[in-house]
Write a protein that binds this ligand. Structure first.
Ligand SMILES: O=c1ccn([C@@H]2O[C@H](COP(=O)(O)OP(=O)(O)O[C@H]3O[C@H](CO)[C@@H](O)[C@H](O)[C@H]3O)[C@@H](O)[C@H]2O)c(=O)[nH]1
Ligand SMILES: [Mn+2]
Length: 735
């Protein structure tokens, strides 16, 4: 007899070691109350720095509220453990069909060879091939991406059996060959070299086609799909293209060992300049419809084109959650973390977000489920399409398994699929609203997931030891800021829309779940408090005006306590998530930089959109960088390079703090030691910390000679702004 626990297909572990956390949270809360009390009860008289003081109060009020929000998920995070062996014992190979969606948008920032490596890794999952269909949406509508996909169909016939025969990992050929210098056990050198040569030749053919700007005619003659590009088309203006490259139901679609291949479909939905295409959300919805007339699997998984599968068991792991008898029927989606394979040792741009992945997501999982983050996620088709939760929800897992079909039917299916991806198909329908992925938000994923949660479903977060997916993190500062701007803007847009977690989620999801969503929804407005805190106290140093209690006053204690304890706890959290000390320090710098630049622009652009002054955009982040840039990235040298308004802000604030620190030290030398101790020390310390944090930027401005240094016009402009700031500081009191 199976016991109750043995029947479960996954376990939920409540993470231990929370005592330190709870102790810190309670004491910090007390400290914060004292700080705010002091601020509010010591407002100076008008004219004696009242404005600056009130500003400090406002900033600290904001930080306190935001701190409370970030604690909502930290109380009792959980970790999930699926039992794949039990799934196998219970269901054998009687598993549901799975459709995999991959999105690509720009062949320059997302090269076709990168895309197909991801595709190959997904086709090679340890899962019955006849139940697997892989769909690529190409918003770049690039003949080279299509060509690469066509090449993939032949290479897959060798690659998939190779992966399965030797049970290799990872199954992205690019990642696999870059990880090993030569054949490794149990792979025979002959087989290894054969497949490696084949892969190299394929990528060479693809790259040379891209270099020459055209596909050889003899290759074009091999597939009717190439004819679609006979017309004069470009990525923003073209007809719909749907090509079933491998039809898993076709008897001839087998690999070189005679096994069935997964279905492989290329899609470029119709685009016309006069029609909104809704970016990735539009692509996802088109994929939902195209797949509904081909495989129509009950489970949909989606990844970005750089996120290759790093773990052959991911599908089976995810099914443990959906097929669990006790909980499965409540679970709308299973989310994996967004991991990267190019994070440097000390996480120079803070992209690895360890604490978010390990602590916050686990915490969200304990209060209703992690958000949908757009990639590495498994959905149930109906739920993604708008189904509302009911207690007796049951799925037909057999859906999608169809009999083998004839060639001429494939043509009909393609034609049907094309008609589902025209610009006008969605007009007058609920697509992008009640059905599918939502439109109008740069983080289409988060808003869609929130709606799913509010329709009554839960989600599950699974962070396996061997990462399920690995992608490419931005490798320059500007790309990092571009990405975080989109994220902060998107999440803030949600906050200011009717989907605000506190309003839309009220009565539908737990308060702590609403707060959890707001950690990200309120990223952007953090910029205002931070901008204030990194400028005003430092400027007041020069004016000999104190914004903190005197160091001999007992009131200094809560300030010091809150500052030290929150930072120490933060450090503890980072180290326990596997960050290095330097990595933690880099993350602190990046938080400051992101807040004063991308988050600030996130606020501005959200407001501009609200006022109707601008429209939504989705800037795709680049997944390639030239050799010079990559080298500096590996050496963890900050890459600046081109002039952007963000850099002007960074440089101005860095210089401002340097000048204020020098000015402050000068004041000490002229004033008495006692004055220094009493009036300046907290401000001096704050300013000093900011200067230390900014060291890489001073280096980039004044010492570096390489191409990644701070562009001279930026240094010049920020010096100008600095002079202006001081002039204003001097002039205003005179007036
Ligand atoms: O018009 C578009 C724009 C983008 N994409 C695809 O969307 C994905 C994400 O774009 P990327 O530039 O890599 O953005 P990231 O910031 O890395 O993406 C994260 O954040 C996005 C929301 O901002 C989510 O959609 C993504 O899944 C999530 O990985 C890529 O595969 C793109 O090809 C499209 O298909 N069509
Ligand atoms: Mn990406």
């Amino acid at each position: 007899m199976e016991t109750e626990t043995e029947r479960r297909l996954f376990a939920t572990e409540i993470l231990g070691g929370r005592t330190v956390y709870r102790l810190h949270a309670v004491t910090v809360a007390v400290g914060i109350v004292l700080v705010l009390y002091y601020r509010a009860s010591h407002i100076p008289a008008a004219g004696e720095g009242r404005a600056a003081w009130v500003g400090m109060l406002a900033a600290e009020l904001w930080y306190s509220a935001y701190w409370v929000i970030t604690q909502s998920v930290r109380w009792s995070p959980v970790r999930r453990h699926p039992f794949r062996d039990r799934l196998a014992a219970r269901h054998g190979e009687m598993l549901p069909c799975v459709d995999i969606f991959v999105c690509t948008a720009d062949p320059r920032s997302e090269p076709p060879s990168l895309v197909i490596s991801t595709i190959l890794s997904l086709m090679a999952y340890d899962y019955p091939a006849k139940k697997l269909s892989v769909y690529l949406s190409d918003d770049g509508c690039s003949i080279f991406t299509f060509y690469a996909m066509w090449e993939t169909t032949s290479f897959a016939k060798h690659w998939i059996p190779f992966c399965k025969r030797y049970n290799i990992e990872p199954r992205s050929p690019a990642a696999y060959f870059s990880e090993s210098d030569g054949p490794q056990e149990p792979c025979t050198p002959k087989d290894w070299s054969f497949i490696k040569d084949m892969y190299d030749e394929m990528t060479e053919r693809i790259d040379s086609a891209i270099m020459s700007g055209k596909i050889p005619e003899e290759i074009k003659a091999n597939h009717k799909g190439f004819c679609e590009w006979n017309l004069k088309i470009n990525s923003k203006d073209h007809q719909s293209i749907v090509e079933i490259l491998v039809d898993g139901k076709d008897q001839n679609a087998v690999d070189n060992e005679g096994n069935v291949l997964p279905t492989l479909v290329y899609m470029a939905r119709e685009k016309r300049p006069q029609h909104n295409h809704n970016f990735k959300a539009g692509a996802m919805n088109a994929l939902i419809r195209v797949s509904s007339v081909t495989s129509n699997s009950p489970i949909i998984m989606n990844v970005d084109c750089d996120m290759y599968s790093n773990n052959k068991d991911t599908i089976r792991d995810s099914l443990c959650f959906f097929l669990d008898e006790e909980m499965g029927h409540k679970i709308g989606f299973v989310q994996y973390p967004q991991n990267y394979n190019n994070i440097t040792k000390n996480n120079i741009y803070g992209n690895s977000l360890q604490a978010v992945k390990k602590v916050e997501m686990g915490g969200l999982d304990s209060v209703g489920g992690p958000p949908y983050i757009g990639t590495g996620c498994f959905h149930r088709r109906e739920i993604l399409c708008g189904m509302i939760f009911t207690k007796d929800y049951k799925v037909d897992w057999d859906r999608g398994v169809k009999e083998r079909i004839q060639e001429n039917i494939v043509y009909n299916i393609e034609e049907k699929a094309k008609s589902l991806t025209t610009c006008t198909y969605e007009h007058g329908t609920q697509w992008g609203n009640e059905i599918g992925v939502k439109y109008g938000c740069p983080v289409e994923d988060v808003i869609t997931g929130l709606a799913i949660h509010c329709r009554g479903w839960e989600s599950v977060y699974y962070n396996p030891i061997r990462p399920a997916f690995l992608g490419v993190a931005p490798a320059t500062l500007s790309q990092t800021l571009l990405q975080t701007k989109r994220w902060s803007e998107g999440n803030f847009t949600i906050f200011l829309s009717k989907y605000c977690p506190f309003l839309f989620g009220h009565g539908k999801i737990k308060l702590r779940h609403q707060m959890g969503y707001c950690i990200y929804a309120l990223w952007a407005p953090n910029s205002l408090a931070t901008l204030y805190y990194v400028t005003i106290p430092s400027l007041n140093l020069i004016k000999i005006s104190s914004l903190f209690p005197e160091i001999t006053s007992p009131w200094i204690a809560p300030f010091v306590f809150v500052f030290c304890v929150t930072n120490l706890y933060n450090l503890h959290e980072a180290l326990s998530c596997g960050d290095t000390l330097k990595g933690w320090w880099n993350v602190q710098r990046m938080w400051m930089v992101k807040r004063i630049t991308s988050y600030l622009f996130g606020v501005i652009d959200t407001l501009r959109k609200l006022l109707g002054l601008s429209h939504m955009t989705f800037a795709v982040s680049s997944k390639v960088s030239d050799e010079d840039v990559s080298k500096r990235y590996e050496q963890e040298i900050m890459e600046l390079g081109s002039s952007t308004p963000e850099y002007v802000i960074i440089a101005t604030i860095a210089l401002l703090n340097l000048v204020c620190l020098v000015g402050g030290i000068f004041q000490i030398m002229t004033c008495s030691w006692n004055v220094f101790l009493n009036v300046f020390s907290p401000q001096l310390i704050l300013c000093g910390v900011l200067v230390i944090i900014n060291i890489p930027f001073y280096e980039a401005m004044f010492f570096r000679k390489d191409k990644g240094r701070m562009p001279f016009p930026v240094t010049l402009a920020s010096t100008g702004f600095l002079v202006l700031a001081f002039l204003i500081e001097i002039i205003i009191p005179i007036i």
